[in-house]
Design a protein around this ligand. Structure first.
Ligand code: ATP
Ligand code: MG
Length: 271
């Protein structure tokens, strides 16, 4: 992990404070008694196995789902996030996994698509200037803002989606698996972008199954297991610790596989 994310720097002001959040879908308890704190200028990774409740938690904060119990405090006030528009208006932006970009529109068109909430009504030129300014601030590698999104790479699309979420200057942005479909170089670009977003003072919630990415950018790693909190780690915690918290056991398929691999290499070494 980079020095700037070593967790030595004191966290910024508290933005989001969840206490005792539960979510039932009929008989299914997707979330049970979740606590979570997010501060300005920090990247918090949300990790856990399939079905652990990560997306449900993000959707709860995005105003898509209503919690069955618990409280959400935003900037020191109790809030009800009853619609996605409400969450956005308060300053909680989400980049969903499918990005929802329009292939046939160019970068500017996509950045401003559906931003009817925006306080500005800009003409084409002003929008283009604003798009360039934002992308430059993020040091984003986009060849031209007049390029249709259809011709951009996966990493560039992710960049456009992240830039779009920053247009309304949110307090928090939530990224659901932003590097899942990306190659090595593009993943590095997106991780750099996440660091720049953090350095601008936004709080970032990063969902990822990739522990390498998580350790590269996260200030804290929050583990969910079966819909419950199962530990908070720093990015210098060992892989074994993280895997144990995620799977709920020190003895598990991942550690057994790891041990087997080492046994084999040890045997080879002896031979
Ligand atoms: N709309 C829904 N209706 C009923 N059950 C749901 C709904 N959404 C999620 N669940 C259930 O809630 C639990 C948590 O699901 P969730 O999608 O939040 O997990 P996740 O951590 O995002 O998993 P993944 O890593 O696979 O994306 C699962 O048991 C899931 O089946
Ligand atoms: Mg999910």
């Amino acid at each position: 992990m980079s020095a700037s994310s070593a967790g030595n720097s004191p966290p910024g002001e508290p933005i989001l404070r969840l206490r005792g959040i539960s979510k039932q879908f009929g008989a299914v308890s997707a979330l049970t008694d979740i606590d979570l704190d997010i501060h300005a200028g920090e990247v918090v990774a949300l990790v856990g196995d399939n079905g652990a409740g990560k997306s449900t938690l993000v959707k709860t904060l995005a105003g898509v789902h209503q919690p069955s119990a618990g409280t959400i405090e935003f900037m020191g006030e109790d809030v009800t996030l009853d619609t996605p528009a409400k969450a956005l208006m308060l300053g909680i932006a989400t980049v969903f996994q499918d990005l929802a970009l329009c292939e046939n529109l160019d970068v500017v068109g996509n950045l401003f698509l559906g931003q009817e909430l925006a306080p500005w009504r800009l003409d084409e030129v002003a929008m283009e200037v604003r798009a360039w300014t934002l992308l430059n601030e993020l040091s984003a590698r986009i060849p031209s803002v007049r390029e249709p999104v259809a011709s951009l790479s996966g990493g560039q699309r992710q960049t456009v989606a992240i830039a779009r979420s920053l247009l309304l200057d949110p307090k928090i942005i939530m990224l659901d698996e932003p590097t899942a479909a990306l190659g090595v170089a593009q993943t590095a670009e997106v991780l750099n972008l996440i660091e720049r977003v953090r350095d601008r003072g936004h709080g970032v919630i990063l969902i990822s199954h990739n522990m390498e990415d998580v350790r590269a950018v996260a200030d804290r790693v929050v583990v969910l297991r079966l819909g419950r909190n199962n530990g908070v780690f720093t990015a210098d915690s060992s892989n074994e610790e993280l895997v144990a918290a995620i799977t709920g056991a020190t003895e598990n398929a991942v550690s057994r596989r790891h041990a087997r691999k080492h046994e084999n290499t040890d045997l080879q070494d002896e031979a």
